[in-house]
Design a protein around this ligand. Sequence first.
Ligand code: NAP
Length: 377
Amino acid sequence: MSTTIPAKAKELRSLVKSDGTLTLSIENLEVPTPKAHEVIVKIEATAINPSDVAVIIGFSSLGIPSVFGTNDAPKNPVQIPAAYLPAYKGRFGMSLPAGNEGAGTVIAAGADAQHLLGKVVALFGGNTFAQYRCVPAMSCMPMNEGTTPREAAAACVNPLTVLGMVETMKMENHTAMINTAAASNLGQMLVKVCQDDNIPLVNIVRKEAQVDLLKSIGAKYICNSSSPTFMKDLIAAVSETGATLGFDAIGGGDMVDKLLSAMEISEQKKATTYSRYGSVTHKQVYIYGGLSQTPTTLKRSYGMYWSVGGWLITPIIQKVGQEKFAQMRKRVADEIKTTFKSEFYKEISLDDAILPDTVCAYSKQESGKKYLVNPFK
Ligand SMILES: NC(=O)c1ccc[n+]([C@@H]2O[C@H](COP(=O)([O-])OP(=O)(O)OC[C@H]3O[C@@H](n4cnc5c(N)ncnc54)[C@H](OP(=O)(O)O)[C@@H]3O)[C@@H](O)[C@H]2O)c1
């Protein structure tokens, strides 16, 4: 391969200072020479995920025109409202790169990584809002022949998370699951995986259009949290599936409480004796996102056999081990055009990604509005 590697290339940075200002910039930074175990990936397509919004601007609720201005009257740096500022303390003064995943072509490789040269690969955790990344060959997920970088742009975060949820369910001896904010890009993938793997899945959405969307891809159990019959519907679905594991992307509010209540009520229906400590079946809810940043409220009306915890894909990958992880990556590569296909709402450039109107738009994290960054646009 004879692609020239430029000395410097564009990269998105986010800087919060102790005076409470947030500056978004596109820097021209040095592209390193790869060491023996490393490769240079020309990043051609990268998805903006909720976890990226958390790095670029911090809180998604900050992404409103009164803070960022508009393209005609931009504010950059912006002033972070005082109420939010304590949460930024740990990153004061750091110019942070962003981009949890992306895909592109390997244009240079160290001596031990020559097998990747010229291949389309997806990257996980690679600070991908940049034109080039120098990463260990191990961090690359080689895609199958015929897969484009655009198709692989979101091949890591959501697909591996979905497969990690299924592994968690198996490792913790549950047989069915509940997922919230289920019309998300991730939620739709989970519907397809659970269908293929015969896993009963209860999907919680908040709009009727989302019910229709999930029905159209074959979801069986869908509960709309805006419906007056939501709790009744949820209890019926949980009772039928026997779900004792919930994944909650919302985090804030009382959704976790509702999931645990529905699980307990459905377990109580099977009980033959009364215990004031509730059913002895362990009920677990993992909070895996922060779509709502309000406090999580628990009324604890579900006995004593339950827990709520945080959940992240990275430690799960370590937990499942190398062999299982390799199988997960292969499944994603093989099914990237079907099960793990992502639809993108808009393709933008790195420069666009820091414009006020665009920041405010992608911060909303709405269904069907995933943005794709093309660093060479
Ligand atoms: N822990 C992990 O390892 C991990 C890994 C990957 C993803 N995640 C999480 O998975 C979630 C989905 O990611 P994605 O990329 O698939 O998102 P996405 O496609 O951008 O979709 C976001 C979804 O969230 C809904 N939503 C937004 N705010 C909400 C709220 N306050 N209450 C209820 N629903 C809300 C949206 O519905 P509307 O259209 O109704 O707004 C939309 O359906 C995110 O929370 C992300 O952080 C976690």
